[in-house]
Structure formats: C-alpha cells, structure tokens
Design a protein around this ligand. Sequence first.
Ligand SMILES: Cc1ncc(COP(=O)(O)O)c(C=O)c1O
Length: 442
Amino acid sequence: MDTTLKNNLEYTLFSWGKQAGLNPINAVKAKGSYVFDKDGKEYLDFSSQLMNVNIGHGDQRITEAVTKQMKDFAYVYPGMATDVRGLLGKKLAEITPGNLTKSFFTLGGAEAVENAIKLSRIYTKRHKIIGHYRSYHGATYAAMAVGGDPRKFAIDSQGAGNFVHVENPYFYRCPWNSTSFEECGERAFANLERIVKFENPDAIAAILLEGESGSSGCIKYPPMYLAKVRALCDQYGILLIIDETMSGFGRTGKMFGVDHHNVTPDIMCMAKGLTSGYLPLGAMTITDTIAAAFNDKPMALGLTYSAHAVSCAAALENLKIIEEESLVEKAEKMGIYIEEQVEKLKEKHPSIGDFRNTGLLGCIELVKNRETKEPITPWNAPADQMQITNEMAKKIRDLGMFTFVRWNWIFIAPPLNVSKEDVDKGLNIISEAILIADKHFY
Ligand SMILES: Cc1ncc(COP(=O)(O)O)c(C=O)c1O
C-alpha cells in the first residue's frame, strides 16, 4: 500500500464511519473546482468539500495574506487587539443584517453554536433551546443535542440537556399532509407555537435554526416561516439564533440564508465559507442590544484560539475575493441554471422525486416511486440497506467527481465560481449515477 495511505489508515482516525476498509482519495493538490490525487486523477469538487470551499481551491491571494500575517506574528492571546481581528469584526458588522454588530471568533461552526447556546442562556437566564429535528449544528455535545442528525445517537445517553425538537416544514414529506408549500409552513409554525407554549415560553432561551437547511436534505423554508418565528421569539422574549455555518457567505445566492427572508436574528453563527476552508475559523455575531448587556458584567466565554490572527487574515482576504468577484451573484445565477438542467434530468430519471435548491446549495432526493415517495434508501439507513447509495457514490468517484451522497440525497454545492462547463460535466456524472437507481427500481 502507498505510504501516505498506510500512515493515514494506521495512525489516524477518519470521521463518522467504521475505520476498516476505507479507501480515501489520496489528495496532493487542489485548484479551482478540482482536487487531484497522487496518481494524477482529477476529481471535480461538486460539494466544495464540506460545502465550505466557496471561492474554490488553491487561491494564492489567501496564501499571500496568510503569509504576510505570519511574518508579522502568528499568534497573540485573545486579550490583545490586532488589526485583522478588528477589520474582520467591522466587515462582519457591515455584511450581516440589521444590528448584528459584535463578533466572538471561534475555530469552527460547532464552537460558534456552542457559544451561542451558552450566551443565550446567560443573557435570558432561561435554559431550554428549541431546534429542528432535521438539522445539524456540529459535533460538540450541545451542538449535537440541538441538532437532530442521527449521528448524535451514539452519544445521546450523555447528551447535553434541555433541548427540545420540532419537525421542519418539509413540504415534500410534510408531516401535516399539507397540499401547498405555504400551508406546510403555516402548519409547521402552528406546531412550533404550540410547543413553545407547552414547554413554557419563560423557560425558552432560544430557537436555533439553520439559515438554510444543508446536510439534513436542503429543506427550504416556506415563505414567511422564518419571519413568523422571529415574531414568535419577540412575543416571548426568546432569542433567535440562526446558524449560517453552511448557508453563509454566498452559498445560497445571497450573503446569508436569512437574507432571503428579511429576518435579523439575535445571534448569527458562521464558519465554513468565512475562510472558504483555507484555515479554521468560526464566528458568533450578536446584536448591539445583547452586546450592551455585557458592558458592565463579564461575558463568560473564551478560547485559546479565539480571533487567531492568521485565520482572521485568511477570512478578510476571502471576503474581499467574494465581493470583488461578485461570487454571491454568480452563485445565484448558476443556481438558476442548475435548476433548469435538473428539471430536464427529472424527465430522464424516474428516480428523481424532488430537487430542492437555493443558489448553490441543492439536494436531489431519490425515490423508488414518485407516487408513494418511498426513498431509495431510508433516513439513517443501516449499512445493509446502503447498497444502491454506495453504488452511486462509487460511480461518481470512478467518473472523477467528489460530492456528497447521503441516503437518498445527492448534493450539488460546487464552489461559487464554478464554470458552466464544470456544472454540465457534474450533472452528467450525477445522471450516470442515478441510472443505477433507475435500473434497480423501474
Ligand atoms: C449548519 C451547520 N452548523 C454547524 C456545523 C459544524 O461546523 P464544524 O464542523 O465547523 O464544527 C455544520 C457542519 O457541517 C453545519 O452544516
């Protein structure tokens, strides 16, 4: 076996799955929308890795910004002021909606969520947090507990407490059998409102939702859903925390997912596209109202690597690139093109039950039967029911592409500057993979 692979497999642990029998791509280089392996094989990156490499790979402007910062200094403790930290905070205050003003910097999304949960409890002096079942907010204890992703089952018995869940407004499989997208939104909201009352509004610190659903199946918010949640929060003094870790920084064709809904949260969490993955960084940005509450009392949050100067330098350069190259607008336009193309794929592939997309965050949902909507692979399927999904994932890899294939969803989330040629190529590869499901079930 190749030494790199051998070292990786023998001395390191890989996320989430069983460790035996792994065959990871042996990456040596990445440029634009492509990752190259040790044998020179190229992989079109159709999910921007973990939906984070928003500006594409290998941009040397980031290398230069990072190197410049490192030449001055790499690290000072978070009690010191630095140029890049101040400029990044100011930039985030400018691009986030409403009166979101002050940022606390973390290392990634889960830490941003973790600190948002803590701060909302400290600020409101309440303890419960409500989240969606179909959501993921990171792998630390509280972030896992507020999400509903089944990856949390392994640690559920010791999970963080006082988290309550509600069903999403998932129109394709609306839990309230709604006949329209709007109706599903209204019923989901009515359900949320009832649960808020049952749980005692005075005990609820926050409702914590994704800015736009990602790894739980790209479930779109019906019109007015988030606006109504905002009003419900205001009615009861509950904070609205929006997690833009995946949906932020142009991913959905707007700077943030909430920008589609004209909603300003009290706390916004972000990571991933903040640096496009060039270095680890997350942020929790709070309104000036919440910030003011800590003017005269201590804010009990801290991390050794908060506001790491090199990560801040990467983020600043990344945001400059996103703006200067109009990547948010490009994502919106390319998203519309992808939606048109997937419409055509629907005619060709009976397995496609639904396609949900916003900008460049999309999921194709595959079914055994369009009438019954039975998924080709069930949610949280055990290994022995993953055969078709695994075959499709293998096909995609064999054909030179990397993207997420999870149960009955295939993700389409390329870098925001992906070319039309690469989109066409990626969709052709996905079409080849879906043929496997078509042949099996039709
Ligand atoms: C919405 C959302 N929140 C939080 C996270 C966790 O981020 P991280 O893995 O950087 O901790 C993710 C990761 O996929 C995410 O999609």
